[in-house]
Design a protein around this ligand. Sequence first.
Ligand code: FES
Length: 227
Amino acid sequence: MASEQAGKDRAEAADRQAPARAQVTPAAPQASRQAAAAATAQAPARPADGSAPSPPRAAAAGAARAAEPAPGDPEMRRRILMRWLMWGSAFVFFAQSALAGLAMFWPRRVLGFGSKVDAGPVSSFPAGSVTKFREGKFWLSRLDNGVIALYWRCTHLGCTVPWREDEQLFHCPCHGSIYERTGQNIAGPAPRPLDYMTVEIVNGRIIVNTREIHERAVHLPQHVTPV
Ligand code: FES
């Protein structure tokens, strides 16, 4: 009987303690969930590929600020210098591009055919010489009494007429027209002498105006500019 009584006492004692456990047990999962949430908020996110998580952004920014060199630091001066070099290079590049664009639209001063050509000082051309000026498309013929600039276009069909030093004549290779050093035609199908350009002597220099080309039926002394 005593053992039965002892068994009942233990059962009653267990029944008295059971509600207390029933009240504690539900609270435990909630506390653990809150603790887990706090830990998740503070813990860095793990990348999807499973690699090591990166430190929090605030921590990374703080580290970057800490790594930033202070003003006056050699590293800071180097960075400033590099920045100026970069901007300077960009400025030079854009300035060159702008100047190139302007140059395309700037009116050009034509110095060759179609403009006045400075042939050089009179003393550079001895009497009897015939000098070719490719840019101005003329032959400068130095005569005894002056100079004449002859347009090198044949008056027959327009071929370029070369001076033949061996013949001391202009001889057109196309159809054989021949001209004297004055430009007078003496053979071939050419209908008239070579055309001549206006020449003026300025401060001892021969200036040929390749815009002013004159036709003539025959060579005359007044076509020669005295020097
Ligand atoms: S083009 Fe010179 S002779 Fe005909």
